[in-house]
Write a protein that binds this ligand. Structure first.
Ligand SMILES: NC(=O)c1ccc[n+]([C@@H]2O[C@H](COP(=O)([O-])OP(=O)(O)OC[C@H]3O[C@@H](n4cnc5c(N)ncnc54)[C@H](O)[C@@H]3O)[C@@H](O)[C@H]2O)c1
Ligand SMILES: NC(=O)c1ccc[n+]([C@@H]2O[C@H](COP(=O)([O-])OP(=O)(O)OC[C@H]3O[C@@H](n4cnc5c(N)ncnc54)[C@H](O)[C@@H]3O)[C@@H](O)[C@H]2O)c1
Lengths: 201, 201
């Protein structure tokens, strides 16, 4: 099946196709996609054909068609039930971010260890004490957990999310988390991103 | 010179070496690095030797030595003056994030278009109305700008940061920004990261 690097590129191309569709652009070239994901023309065409897709004409790829095909192949067009653990500075920013819903990620619950925070927070999303994490994840069939707790609590929260039944985790805390083989884990590393910019000055 | 993909991998290996050093681990293998950045053993050794570094013994790479060498080659060990534009939900979370300073990124100023927000915000970092962005970036020789404004304002803010003299931009807004060739731009795309997790369920 597909390598992680191919899947990551396809997800970014999918986002770019969404942008083109919103701006009523009908065709796009593999050269444009290559610019977005930082690879070559050839490698983009290989990625797309590795999904068994063609649809390439002299004018380039038909934007709407390719987007729908990629969405189907990678199951990107369905809605994913998501929760966030840790309602501090970063967690509340993510909790209130309305674009996630448009992108297919339905934030169904938030959790925090501080009862005081749970009571004071103003959000339309239901929030719970972290003690109820496993039960709520199970009851609501939450598939994806976002971790925004301090580093010292991250592994424990990952274990609880997995026990509750999530399939994947997006981790914002700067520690390595150990998860079983079948759980999909991705780390959002702000510092690595800043370094990636500064190293190229 | 190095490809962007190689630089990105090295930045993540550098972060991992920092973690190992903090935990008093003296040696690490290229296999471990390959696991962290999602490539092969061979490709990691190629990345490291492409910087002209050796230091590989039977026990693996010496952690402290390799970290210092990578830090020097990619100039990761110097302090970079940084600012953030947009002090809303995400911007204030980033403004207050103390770890950036330990990682070498010194947040020297914050900016927002809302005077009300500038007056009410509690932070040890100096904040200014966005009208002063170009002057402050110039006066304080700010090298890296972080964009956390609504999508509609992102391009304008990028232009102002560049006029002020930044060398690079980390963009959190979900729009494509156009920058001149010599400016280093990196987009932090939360939605692409969520999709990268969900596509692998
Ligand atoms: N603020 C940023 O810009 C930023 C950037 C990158 C990474 N991070 C990382 O994201 C995480 C959150 O950062 P923050 O700035 O929002 O911190 P914060 O201290 O503002 O928020 C942490 C929240 O987690 C809660 N919490 C603590 N232990 C918990 C537990 N066991 N279970 C559930 N909730 C718990 C706290 O009550 C608090 O509300 C940290 O790991 C941080 O390193 C933050
Ligand atoms: N909140 C999240 O978790 C999240 C996640 C991913 C991406 N983003 C993106 O990050 C950006 C900020 O998101 P947010 O949730 O913090 O939004 P927000 O509305 O809470 O904050 C935006 C801030 O920018 C300021 N602003 C508006 N126009 C400006 C201008 N021209 N110059 C300077 N400041 C200006 C506003 O006064 C406000 O304080 C958006 O582009 C959003 O799409 C947010």
């Amino acid at each position: 099946s597909l390598s992680n690097n191919t899947i990551e590129r396809i997800c970014r191309i999918y986002g770019y196709l969404e942008y083109l569709e919103k701006n009523n652009i009908e065709y796009a070239s593999s050269k444009e996609f290559a610019g977005i994901v930082g690879t070559t023309d050839y490698s983009v065409r290989k990625d797309i054909s590795s999904l068994g897709l063609t649809g390439f004409s002299r004018r380039g790829y038909a934007v709407k068609l390719l987007k729908d095909q990629l969405g189907e192949k990678l199951k990107l067009s369905r809605t994913i039930k998501t929760c966030i653990v840790g309602l501090g500075k970063l967690g509340t920013a993510i909790l209130d971010y309305e674009s996630f819903r448009d992108d297919g990620f339905n934030m169904v619950a938030g959790f925090d260890s501080s009862i005081n925070k749970i009571e004071r927070i103003h959000t339309p999303i239901e929030v719970f004490p972290v003690g109820q994490l496993e039960d709520i994840v199970k009851q609501r069939s939450i598939e994806l957990g976002i971790i925004a707790v301090p580093p010292v609590a991250a592994q424990d929260i990952a274990d609880k999310l997995i026990k509750g039944g999530v399939k994947g985790i997006l981790n914002f805390s700067p520690v390595r988390i150990a998860v079983p083989e079948e759980i999909v884990l991705h780390n959002m590393d702000f510092t690595a991103a800043l370094r990636f910019v500064a190293a190229r000055f």
